[in-house]
Design a protein around this ligand. Structure first.
Ligand code: IPM
Ligand code: MG
Length: 371
């Protein structure tokens, strides 16, 4: 493999703490697995706003677009609550997704056996949960125009957002979902609200059309409210869920909790494949910046680290290395290592850096067992 360029944007809140553990993991792969990457770093979100007066500097966007993959911690926090919307930390992340055209957001929810009892649902419901939410990430109500808060002639204030989807936006997202289903259990559930929303009617039509190109993959349709219910009622029925930006945001937080904690869930945001087969990509944990625990050294670094696992698999073509990392994570969990978010009654919660120590040790063990 020739050297790849990774850009690490630690961001705000617990971002820098989990990024510190990620750096150690990347260094381990460089040292022990001959991983050839250069890790560059920059600011995003509130940290960038404090330094540059914008949550995403143009120079950072340029570096991100030129990198083989971007690794992002988290953005946001109460410190920036009073800042104008377009300068809020979240606006930096949204601009990064939009400008890099990262339209397909993959959010796997996999219940690691050692964590079954950490879920807020009963063990029987979540044993065997292994699903993938494919969320549209650059369209819908997140970006639709017009939007804003204005004052009507009658004096009332009006808040306005626009949900809008074009057929090609839906089509390319569904294509990703079907392709992923082929590498899994061949089932796509397309989720919208076509009983109420026009964009949902189009979504269902396009999903059906795309589905005809994948006769080997089973397609079903579900309203988003029903999907929320089925996720907590019978989550093992799902393989791939394909849905829009806003529903995907909601449903992925819900799916995350099935697995024990939001602190465990990685994600990948992918762009279109170029002619050379390369696609822009950003990897980030599903959880946010968790300002309530930031700076205390108690955050769970595993979602960030598993996001790097997705980077190994999807951007660097190193599936076997990703498996090694996942095996090491399962290893430390089965040895009882727990940060506070996944600690059960009677478990002793360890710090962010102890979790990092345990992972480095497990990586060594996992490698020895494999060789
Ligand atoms: C997510 C987050 C973001 C989103 C925020 C931070 C803008 O909740 O990635 O799910 O709403 O997309
Ligand atoms: Mg969210």
């Amino acid at each position: 493999m020739t050297g790849k360029r990774l850009l690490l944007l630690a961001g705000d809140g617990i971002g820098p703490e989990i990024a510190a553990e990620l750096r150690r993991v990347v260094a381990w792969f460089v040292e022990n697995r001959n991983l050839q990457v250069a890790l560059e770093e920059d600011l995003v979100g509130g940290a960038a706003y404090d330094r540059h007066g914008t949550p995403l500097a143009d120079s950072t966007l340029e570096k991100a677009s030129g990198a083989d993959a971007v690794l992002l911690g988290a953005v946001g926090g109460p410190k920036w609550d009073g800042v104008a919307r377009h300068h809020r930390p979240e606006a930096g992340l949204l601009r990064l997704r939009k400008e890099m055209d990262l339209f397909a957001n993959l959010r796997p929810a996999y219940c690691r056996p050692a964590l079954q009892s950490s879920s807020s649902l009963k063990d029987d419901y979540i044993a065997g949960v292994d699903l993938m939410i494919v969320r549209e990430l650059t369209g819908g109500v997140y970006f639709g125009e017009p939007r804003g808060v204005d004052r009507m002639p009658d004096g009332r204030r009006r808040g306005l957002d626009t949900q809008v989807y074009y057929d090609d936006e839906i089509e390319r997202l569904l294509d990703v979902a079907f392709e992923i289903a082929r590498s899994r259990r061949n089932k796509v559930t397309s989720v919208e609200k076509s009983n109420v929303m026009e964009s949902g009617v189009l979504w269902r039509q396009v999903a059906t059309e795309v589905g005809q190109r994948y006769p080997d993959v089973e397609l079903d349709h579900m309203y988003s409210d029903n999907c929320a219910m089925q996720l907590v009622r019978a989550p093992t029925r799902f393989d791939v869920i394909a849905t829009d930006n806003l529903f995907g945001d909601l449903l992925s937080d819900c799916a995350a909790m099935l697995t024990g904690s939001l602190g465990m869930l990685p994600s990948a945001s992918l762009g279109a494949r170029s002619e050379a087969g390369i696609r822009k990509a950003l990897y980030e944990p599903v959880h946010g910046s968790a300002p309530d625990i930031a700076g205390k050294g108690v955050a769970n670094p595993l979602a960030m680290i598993l996001s790097f696992g997705m980077c190994l698999r999807y951007s660097l073509g190193l599936g076997a290395e990703a498996e090694l990392l996942e095996t090491a994570v399962d290893g430390l969990l089965s040895r009882g290592f727990r940060t506070a978010d996944i600690a059960g009654p009677g478990d002793r919660a360890v710090s962010t850096s102890s979790m990092g120590d345990a992972l480095i040790e497990e990586l060594g063990d996992a490698l020895e067992r494999r060789e």
